[in-house]
Design a protein around this ligand. Sequence first.
Ligand code: NAD
Ligand code: PRE
Length: 291
Amino acid sequence: MFKRLCVIGTGLIGGSIARAAREQGLCEEIVAFGREKNLPNLQLAQELGVIDRFYTDIGLALHNADLVIVATPVGSMRSIFEAIKPYWHPEALYSDAGSTKGSVVEAVEAAFGHVPSNFVPAHPIAGAERSGVEAAQADLFRNRRLIITPLENTDAALVEKLSRFWQQIGSSVSLMSVEHHDTVLAATSHLPHILAFALVGLLGRKDEQREIFKYAAGGFKDFSRIASSDPTMWQDICLANKHEIIPLIQQFKAELSHIEQLLADDNTRQLFDTFTYARNARQRFLETFDD
Ligand SMILES: NC(=O)c1ccc[n+]([C@@H]2O[C@H](COP(=O)([O-])OP(=O)(O)OC[C@H]3O[C@@H](n4cnc5c(N)ncnc54)[C@H](O)[C@@H]3O)[C@@H](O)[C@H]2O)c1
Ligand SMILES: O=C(O)C(=O)C[C@]1(C(=O)O)C=C[C@@H](O)C=C1
C-alpha cells in the first residue's frame, strides 16, 4: 500500500494505472502533475475520479509521494527527470511506463549523472491506439505483461515492490535487461506500427482513396488499427529505438522483395511455402504464449 501515488502524464497509460490502483485500493491518494496547457485533460481526470488532485507545480505534486510513475512520451523524459531531480526523495519508488527502456535510462542518467537505485524502469505491454485520460481503463493491464528492466544498482526490494504493484493490477511481470527489451519490442511493437503507418499512408495518398477505404473490410481494419495511434508517442519511440528498428526494416524489405520475386516468377510452390511457414509460426506462438 502506498500513501501517495503521483502520476506524471495522465493520459491513456497514466490514467489507467491510476484507475487500476484505485480500484485495487493500492494507494491512499492519487495526484498528478501536468502542464498548464494540459489543464482540460487534468480537470477531466479529476472529474472522472481518476485522480484526487492535480498540480501544475511539480514540487507540490511530488510532496510526500512514495510512488511516482512517469507516463509521458519517451522524448519528454529527460526534461521530466530534470524537473523531478530537486525533489527526489531517497525513500520513494520512482518508475516509468515508457515504451523504450534504453532511452529512458539514458534520460535519467543525463538528468542525474547516474541512475539512482530507487528508479525502477518498467513497461506495460498493454495499450491501445487511443490517447488521453478519457480512454483510460482500470482493466487495461489485466492478463497483460509488464516488463521491468533493472540495472545492476537497482534496489532489489523496490523491484519486488513494483512487481507486486503491477501484479495486483493484473499484470504478469517479467524481468529482462534494457538491451533485450529494446531488441524484442522493436520487432513485436515498433516495426508493426511503422508498417501500419506506412501502408495506411500509402493508400491514403492514392487517388482512389475513398474507393479503397470504402471497400476495406476486416483484414485492412485489423492491420491498420494501430495506424490510429498517437503520432507524437510513436515519433518518440521510433527515434529512441532506431538502432534496433532500422536493421529490421532492412530485413523486412528483403522479405518483401523475395515475395515480389516469387510473384513475378509465378512460383506457386514457394509462395505457398512462405505463407504456410508464417501461418504455422503464428499458430505456434499463439499456442505457446497466448495465456
Ligand atoms: N499507448 C500505448 O499503447 C502505450 C503502451 C505502453 C506504454 N506506453 C508509453 O506510455 C507513455 C504514455 O503514453 P500514453 O499512451 O498514455 O500517451 P497519452 O498521450 O495518452 O498521455 C501522455 C500524457 O503525458 C502528457 N505530457 C506530455 N508531455 C508532457 C510533459 N513534458 N510534462 C507533463 N506531461 C506531459 C500529455 O499531456 C498526456 O496527458 C509513453 O511513454 C508511451 O510510450 C504507451
Ligand atoms: O494495442 C495497441 O494498440 C498497442 O499498440 C499496444 C502496444 C503494442 O505495440 O503492443 C503499443 C506500445 C507499447 O509500448 C505497448 C503495447
